[in-house]
Design a protein around this ligand. Structure first.
Ligand code: SAM
Length: 257
């Protein structure tokens, strides 16, 4: 039987196949415009994003941190020239000599909830004009959402199970607007899907893998065979559509701070 760690790992790989190139391009535009020297990837997992960025920008310095020690060991094994540290961003050293010119959160903000603490930490590790990039799902429960009945009912079950605010970036933006002490300037807010569904075969695998995760990890009562039939029908139906709801936010702490 596939373990839950294997399912999560597969999920990350499949999602990267669908979205990584688009996200690299968006981040590369920021690097080309602001030329940051020290770049931090928070929740870097196995370092795939930093590996590609460092190939494109060999003169820049990259650091990745992640909670998960196994990911960090694997990232370091694959990329010996980059720095990977096992660390929780919520307790990342407040007084550190290391400051960054660009900090990336790709699919990580949805795992964090204490924004006040996060922003206090960010202020301590940002150089002036540090660009902060957040890429995440519009809705943490509906990263990929074909509008098909059984699949929608699974998402509904998941929402009831979690009972949390689902719109990750909206929650972050509300925090930014309400927190007058944060003094944040939004540079880019791309409020539409940044990737499209070119490859339905990969998407099908992502969706099947996610329902397996929901069954195994969150113990939802799901009939995998029925879901598989519905998703196969959706995959093979040329006119059926779905949306990949990813958002992109770039901001900096205002210079008067
Ligand atoms: C969905 S994965 C995204 C991985 C990677 N950024 C990517 O785009 O493929 C979320 C990652 O964030 C890490 N993570 C979650 N909470 C974290 C925290 N508080 N500090 C550091 N890493 C965290 C997890 O261990 C996991 O590797």
């Amino acid at each position: 039987m596939t373990t839950i760690n294997q399912l999560w790992e597969k999920q990350l790989q499949l999602q990267n196949l669908l979205t990584l190139d688009t996200h690299i391009q968006l981040i590369a535009n920021v690097i080309n415009n602001s030329n940051p020297q020290n770049i931090l990837d928070v929740g870097c997992a196995q370092g795939d994003l930093l590996e590609k960025l460092s190939q494109r920008f060999p003169q820049h310095h990259f650091v990745g941190i992640d909670l998960n020690e196994e990911f960090i060991i694997e990232a370091q094994r694959k990329n010996k020239k980059l720095i990977f540290i096992k660390s929780d961003i919520n307790t990342f050293p407040k007084s550190t000599d290391k400051k960054f010119d660009c900090i990336i959160f790709r699919l990580v903000i949805q795992h964090l909830d204490n924004y006040q603490n996060l922003f206090n930490i960010l202020k301590n590790i940002c150089n002036p004009s540090c660009q902060i990039i957040v890429i995440d799902a519009c809705d943490r429960y509906e990263l990929f959402h074909p509008r098909i009945p059984l699949f929608e009912s699974v998402l509904h079950q998941f929402r009831l199970h979690q009972g949390q605010e689902s719109n990750t970036l909206q929650k972050l933006k509300t925090f930014i607007q309400s927190d007058k002490t944060a003094k944040i300037k939004i540079i880019q807010d791309i409020n539409k899907p940044v990737s499209n569904l070119r490859n339905k075969n990969i998407l099908y695998k992502v969706l099947m893998n996610s329902v397996r995760i929901l069954k195994q990890y969150y113990s939802l009562d799901l009939n995998l065979n029925n879901l598989q039939c519905e998703l196969e029908y959706w995959k093979n139906n040329i006119s059926s559509e779905g949306t990949l709801g990813m958002l992109f936010l770039q901001f900096e702490f205002s210079k008067t701070d």
